[in-house]
Design a protein. Structure first.
Length: 429
């Protein structure tokens, strides 16, 4: 089959509505979250007498918290009931949240803004198991790897666009009005596209939904951890999410203090990272030719280690007092182009690991348990990212530099090699 026909499913009705719906949802989440960060940094933090960094981390923490608490319940509901119907209700929930968000922006109410952000996190918690759980039902097995690459690339591009546009709109005099209009419109369009997602039937209609979120979370994590393939897939996915979050959190420091760039350089780094994930997602699909395999993971992990060594060896020492330069001046330096290339390659190799891991998790999990397994994956992802952030903060507080952090986490890729090798051997060649 030709390459064109292999990818033709992307524009068909059974896949495109889901892609549009998840893209717009990720865009809206990050659009609103960036607006809150801007408001906190440039006014609200001073009003409540707290440091912006503390409040920003608190806001992000509230967004992530529902993943810990409600993912298991979300997975149960996704497996028990029709996923397409749930998507519509979840998107209507987003419309209501964005209407409340408009009021929160108008009144600059910090408690209400954080409440809406938490609601968006909760909404995303319930959408995640549906998105990845329904995907194998909408595409053929030979299309699953490519479908995951498209979803992953689209998610990171949506995150980038939401972050950039949210920051730009909140700099305007009537930014709250422009942003409110956009978020509500995007939520409404997402609801319409969600209504077009085909119904696939209930995966496990007879399961009993456990109301106790703590016992259901523990049970689901136990089930996920008992199976070698799912455990190793989840560890691989969670590691890449952790690794990416560490790099993203260090980018402002690398851009400003090590390389003398301003906010536009940070945006450039974010853009390169998002595009790199997308390129890596599509590249792994090409290299594997649709075969669901983990054989790219080990070389990609070693290359991530190599790139971290390069950054450690080449990044100049911190210069906190230097006057930051805009991206146009920054890119007149050949060395800075080299750093941009290294960061982009880091994202590419990360994308080449995470996409096959998602496809393996979906393919090797029975349909009746798939959404619950994705929910377990989301819980562990969140735990990895939270733990990695805490560890990085502790290491920096102890006196280590940004380049030290990149080197330490780069070296930790060696800890995942054995799991990746065993996973590769478990799957058919």
């Amino acid at each position: 089959m030709s390459e064109g026909s292999n990818n033709s499913f992307i524009l068909k009705r059974h896949f495109l509505p889901l892609f549009v719906t998840q893209f717009l949802g990720a865009f809206n989440d990050n659009l609103f979250r960036q607006a809150i960060i801007i408001l906190i940094t440039f006014g609200l933090a001073q009003q409540v007498g707290m440091a912006p960094a503390i409040l920003n981390n608190l806001a992000v923490g509230f967004f992530i918290l529902p993943y810990f608490l409600f993912s298991a319940l979300a997975g149960q509901l996704a497996d028990k009931y029709e996923k397409a119907d749930q998507i519509v209700w979840i998107k209507l929930w987003e419309v209501a949240l964005m209407c409340v968000g408009a009021l929160a922006l108008y009144f600059s109410s910090l408690p209400l803004l954080i409440a809406v952000l938490t609601g968006l996190g909760l909404q995303s918690t319930f959408f995640g198991p549906i998105k990845y759980g329904i995907l194998p039902d909408l595409v053929q097995e030979k299309e699953l790897l490519t479908a995951n690459s498209v979803v992953e690339a689209g998610t990171f591009i949506a995150i980038l666009l939401g972050t950039i546009i949210g920051g730009l709109l909140m700099k305007e005099a009537d930014g709250w009005l422009y942003l409110s209009t956009l978020t509500i419109s995007v939520a409404l369009i997402g609801t319409l596209s969600g209504r077009m997602v085909p119904k696939t039937g209930r995966a496990a209609p007879n399961i009993r939904v456990r109301a106790n979120i703590f016992s259901s979370t523990g049970q689901q994590l136990k089930i996920a951890w008992q199976t070698d393939v799912t455990r190793r897939s989840i560890v691989g996915i969670s590691w890449i999410w952790l690794y990416g979050s560490i790099y993203i959190s260090q980018m402002p420091v690398v851009a400003k203090d090590h390389l003398g760039g301003d906010e536009t350089v940070v945006t450039l780094f974010m853009a390169c990272f998002s595009v790199g994930i997308g390129v890596g997602s599509f590249l792994c699909s090409k290299l594997l030719k649709g075969v669901i395999s983990a054989r790219l993971s080990r070389p990609a992990l070693l290359l991530l280690l190599l790139l971290s060594l390069i950054l450690y060896a080449t990044l100049p020492p911190e210069r906190p007092g230097a006057t930051p330069v805009p991206v146009a001046v920054f890119l007149t330096s050949g060395f800075n182009w080299f750093i941009v290339a290294v960061l982009t390659l880091t994202a590419i190799f990360a994308g080449m690991i995470i996409v096959p891991m998602y496809a393996i998790l979906q393919h090797e999990t029975p349909r009746s348990q798939r959404s619950r397994m994705i929910a377990a994956n989301n819980i562990i992802n969140s735990g990895f990212m939270a733990g990695g952030s805490i560890l990085a903060a502790a290491l920096i507080a102890s006196g280590l530099s940004t380049t030290d952090i990149l080197l330490i986490f780069g070296g930790a890729n060696l800890l995942i090699l054995s799991s990746a090798r065993k996973l590769e051997k478990m799957l058919p060649a």
